[in-house]
Design a protein around this ligand. Structure first.
Ligand code: G3P
Length: 217
């Protein structure tokens, strides 16, 4: 399973890259706005830090607008993927862009029928927003399982990026479902490292080492 970081914060990305746990990055206009910097400069910096795909979101509403925008973004770096909203116009744009060799990530996907249409349009990636479904008393992980089954049934090459992740168990459940990618906020990734028994075990082993050696390393 690949781990993407769901952030536009350069410090968070640098830290996770150093830890060797980042296979890509996803952003959206809300995450960019939090950084208070222009999208162009920020995305170029992020794309240089990360080897894998970096998603930047298209804001147009028509096919033509989205295609024009994507053509600009895709020139910023070779690893740019353009997020396209799950609309009729968006799916037209996906067909055009994928034919031109510009990779797309269909975003704001909340149902299996949307996921099927995005795959048929030829999207490289599709992002089900599971946390937002859970927030509304709907089964986010059920959507991921349906998508994996549907894509397998028909041999679609589209990769599933599980998005809107709220906690480590979302990542674990997505891995159980066989999702290709989880895009993880930095605070959730930090929780994934941790276990109180690991901390207690390290403390005890260090103390016992010091008992024998007369000092801590
Ligand atoms: O990047 C898209 C997605 O992960 C957003 O998550 O937390 O705003 O629902 P959230």
């Amino acid at each position: 399973m690949k781990f993407f970081l769901d952030t536009a914060n350069v410090e968070q990305i640098k830290r996770a890259v150093k830890a060797g746990v980042v296979d890509g990055v996803t952003t959206n206009p809300t995450l960019i706005a939090k950084e208070g910097r222009s999208q162009h400069a920020l995305i170029k910096e992020i794309a240089a830090l990360v080897k894998g795909p970096v998603s930047v979101e298209g804001n147009g509403t028509t096919c033509d607008e989205l295609v024009k925008e994507a053509e600009v973004y895709s020139k910023w770096a070779p690893n740019i993927v353009v997020k396209i909203p799950m609309t009729e116009e968006g799916m037209k744009a996906v067909r055009v862009l994928e034919k031109k060799g510009i990779r797309t990530n269909v975003t704001l996907v909340f149902s299996p029928s949307q996921a099927l249409i995005a795959a048929k349009a030829g999207a490289s990636f599709v992002s089900p927003f599971i946390g937002r479904l859970d927030d509304n008393s709907m089964d986010g992980m059920g959507l991921v399982r349906d998508m994996m089954q549907i894509y397998k049934n028909y041999g679609f090459n589209t990769q599933v990026i599980v998005a809107s992740i709220r906690h480590p168990l979302h990542v674990v459940e997505a891995a159980r479902a066989g999702a290709h990618i989880a895009t993880i906020p930095a605070d959730v990734l930090a929780k994934m490292w941790n276990h109180p028994l690991t901390d207690a075990g390290i403390k005890k082993f260090r103390e016992d080492f010091a008992k024998v050696e007369g000092k801590y390393l």
